[in-house]
Design a protein around this ligand. Structure first.
Ligand code: PEP
Ligand code: MG
Length: 325
């Protein structure tokens, strides 16, 4: 199997009916980067910058951060990399930071909330990213954004660092794109506004599932209770794909579901043309899409989503679709 997937490495990622699909990798450490060449992925769609912070014994300095980002770019070569700013708090705890006693850490002081309340941390990281990306394209996205205002404030921090660096004679990235992770359901109800502001949207389906269904993603008792292929989740995802298309905003997905062939198939059927996943998933997902008539699937899913009873899962129907075409 693994060998079969290896052979697909250099096969273009195009569906049977000729639609180009971008498959990228999720990564978090330098050791993940060789997977780009091994899998033939188009780039890094999610670089989890908090990993460096989580494995360190003390807070990584600005130059430690810049060194990592430069090394990531060097390894990635021509391939694009999307860095996510620090996503700490919740389940991601730093050994050298005093843990906050919170009743509900997943709903607590985390990710961009910390970044905006302690802008020194975010500023240092953004500056390290901008410096490391001098002369090449850079994509940055912010985790756990719940409002357009949070995105605007994060963007203002980036703009400020950019002016600071250019004022001090530093070379800037050749192209800078700022995106938002869609993981908090409130963004589903301000999609047009966020699409108008952000250069791209990346759905964090792990957290989106958690918050949409109110199921703790770390709690085995409830985590698998609801199906990502259920009508409400698919409708939520469809809203994003449709608004992104109308607004001309790039939409991608980097949660775990993007790496499961059946779920990935459904995402393509909803209109997504870009997914980011763990390295081991690239082969299986590519094998799926090479055999897929995405036009036919789109019509099928639209029809099913209009007719599905409330709360039903489309899983059996999608399995049937996959097996019979
Ligand atoms: C997600 O929430 O889907 C995601 C990609 O981010 P993380 O798993 O790091 O929270
Ligand atoms: Mg997340």
């Amino acid at each position: 199997r693994q060998e079969q997937y290896q052979k697909l490495r250099n096969v273009p990622s195009v569906t049977k009916d000729g639609v180009d699909i971008v498959l990228q990798l999720n990564a978090g450490l330098l050791v993940d980067l060789p997977h780009l060449a091994e899998t033939g992925a188009a780039g890094v769609g999610l670089f989890r910058t908090e990993l460096q912070f989580m494995i360190a014994e003390r807070m990584p300095s600005a130059s430690d951060q810049q060194a990592l980002y430069s090394a990531v770019f060097a390894e990635a070569g021509e391939r694009p990399v999307t860095f996510r700013t620090l996503d700490i708090g919740g389940d991601k705890i730093l050994p050298y930071m005093q843990a906050l006693e919170e009743e509900n850490p997943a709903l607590g002081w985390r990710a961009i909330r910390i970044g905006l309340d302690r802008p020194g941390l975010l500023r240092a990281q953004v500056r390290a990213l901008l410096k490391a990306a001098a002369g090449r394209p850079l994509k940055i996205m912010f985790p756990m954004v719940a409002t357009c205002d949070e995105f605007e404030r994060a963007r203002a921090i980036v703009e400020r660092e950019k002016s600071y660096l250019s004022h001090h004679g530093h070379a800037l990235p050749s192209d800078l794109r700022l995106g938002v992770m869609l993981e908090v359901p409130s963004l589903l109800f301000q999609l047009k506004e966020i699409c108008d502001r952000a250069d791209f949207i990346s759905i964090g389906s792990n957290d989106l599932m958690q918050f949409l269904f109110a199921i703790d993603r770390e709690n085995r008792r409830v985590a698998d209770r609801f199906d990502p292929l259920s009508t409400p989740m698919l409708r939520a995802l469809r809203l994003v794909a449709e608004q992104a298309r109308v607004s001309g905003c790039q939409a991608t997905l980097c949660g775990e579901i993007g790496g499961r062939p059946l779920e990935a198939m459904a995402l393509l059927g909803l209109g997504f043309r870009s997914l980011s996943m763990s390295p081991a998933s690239i082969g299986p997902v590519k094998a799926m899409l090479l055999a897929l008539d995405v036009g036919e699937l789109e019509a099928f899913i639209q029809e099913e989503l209009e007719n599905a009873g409330s709360g039903d899962t489309l899983r059996p129907k999608l399995v049937q679709f996959a097996e019979t075409r």
